[in-house]
Design a protein around this ligand. Structure first.
Ligand SMILES: [Zn+2]
Length: 377
């Protein structure tokens, strides 16, 4: 018989919840949120739907014990990235111990595990404290779901069930994004004295950015998270083949480690444009900062990672604590004063055309979360 957590996972993967901020016109989280709300109501949880923006709800299920105690939050996002190039993204297929489909690993496997953990915990006699299960919107774009969640909900600790291969993630990098624009002067391609080439000017910027990236990656690494880095994301410029381009626009992303933030990146770009301006008085460029999110680290010596390691061991999982490369909502929970760690099932192919989660990992993750809830009193 199929384990109930896998039946739930299949139901969730079968629902299109592509993030509409990433892919205009995409389905969004409304339908998957409705299915999760209905499932949690059937489990007997007290269910709250938080409308973050139109068609973009969070669903929060609450289980209160008959004795007062500490609260434990499980948090996962319900949105997925797009499905371009996938043949049957919403048709969950199980093969060789893996469940395939968009969002199977990132992160409906973790969402199914955290929901079903409440059922198992209760069946095993859980009766003290509070379990809060938060299924949030929009992690893949701007995390408006997690932002809204921490506005209304608090907990003594949280597990974000992003895919970690069943390792305990106690931190991750942050990021900052900016646009750099170089300006030139449009002219007929035959008139080099009149034209100023904005794209060539961006070439100088790219050259400096590449050097900066090398410098960042050569710095002494943060013991958990490594070094910062940057990459060019998108570039556009020029109007037609036979004209000097008057403008070129580059989007660039910087990954940050503790001690670095938006201001760090702004200063680095300023410095680099300043150097180019001194080398060539005609050089003209500006920057606009777009968006940033901070890095995250679980407070050192916090009791949550060892408590989770013990719970995982009781579910047959050997864990180590580690830093994760990708940004998660743990930074938002942590920033709101909820000590958080990352712990979720393994798989592969997140954000790519073939995505799967390991079925046994989902079951083991669910069992570990249930044990943690039983001990977190
Ligand atoms: Zn994710």
């Amino acid at each position: 018989m199929t384990d109930p957590v896998i039946s739930l996972l299949r139901d969730l993967v079968a629902i299109d919840s592509v993030n509409p901020s990433l892919v205009p016109g995409a389905a969004g989280e409304a339908q998957v949120a409705e299915a999760i709300a209905a499932h949690m109501r059937r489990m007997g949880l007290d269910v709250h739907v938080q409308d973050v923006s139109p068609g973009r709800p969070n669903v929060i299920g609450v289980l209160d014990g008959i004795e007062r105690g500490r609260s434990l939050m499980f948090c996962g996002h319900t949105d997925t990235v797009g499905v371009a190039g996938m043949e049957a993204p919403f048709n969950p297929v199980e093969r060789g111990g893996r469940l395939y489909g968009r969002g199977a690993q990132d992160m409906k496997g973790g969402v199914a595990a955290m929901i079903d953990a409440a059922r198992i915990a209760r069946a095993r006699g859980w009766r003290k404290g509070r379990i809060i299960i938060a299924a949030v919107a929009d992690e893949e774009y701007a995390s408006i779901g997690a932002d809204a969640l921490v506005g209304g909900w608090k907990a003594d600790a949280a597990i974000v069930t992003e895919p970690t291969d069943l390792q305990i993630g106690v931190g991750h990098k942050g990021f900052a994004c900016a646009t750099i624009e170089t300006r030139g002067r449009a002219a007929h391609g035959s008139r080099p004295k009149d034209g100023r080439d904005a794209i060539m000017r961006m070439g100088r910027v790219l050259n400096r950015l590449e050097r900066l990236d090398r410098d960042l990656q050569a710095r002494p690494p943060h013991p958990l998270l490594g070094t910062g880095s940057l990459h060019a994301s998108t570039i556009e410029g020029g109007r037609e083949l036979s004209s000097y381009p008057d403008c070129c626009r580059l989007q660039v992303e910087r990954r940050t480690v503790p001690g670095e933030g938006m201001e760090t990146f702004a200063r680095e770009i300023d410095d680099l444009l300043g150097v180019l301006g001194r080398e060539d008085p005609e050089f003209e460029a500006s920057q606009t900062l777009l968006f940033s999110r901070p890095p995250y680290q679980t407070p050192p010596a916090h009791e949550l990672p060892p408590a989770l390691a013990a719970a995982a061991a009781s579910a047959g999982i050997t864990t180590t604590t580690t830093g994760m490369s990708f940004w998660t909502d743990a930074a938002i929970l942590g920033g709101a004063g909820i000590p958080s760690v990352l712990f979720g099932p393994g798989g592969a192919g997140l954000h790519s055309v073939e995505e799967y989660v390991n079925v046994n990992d989902v079951i083991a993750c669910r069992d570990a979360l249930a044990s943690l809830a039983l001990n977190w009193v």
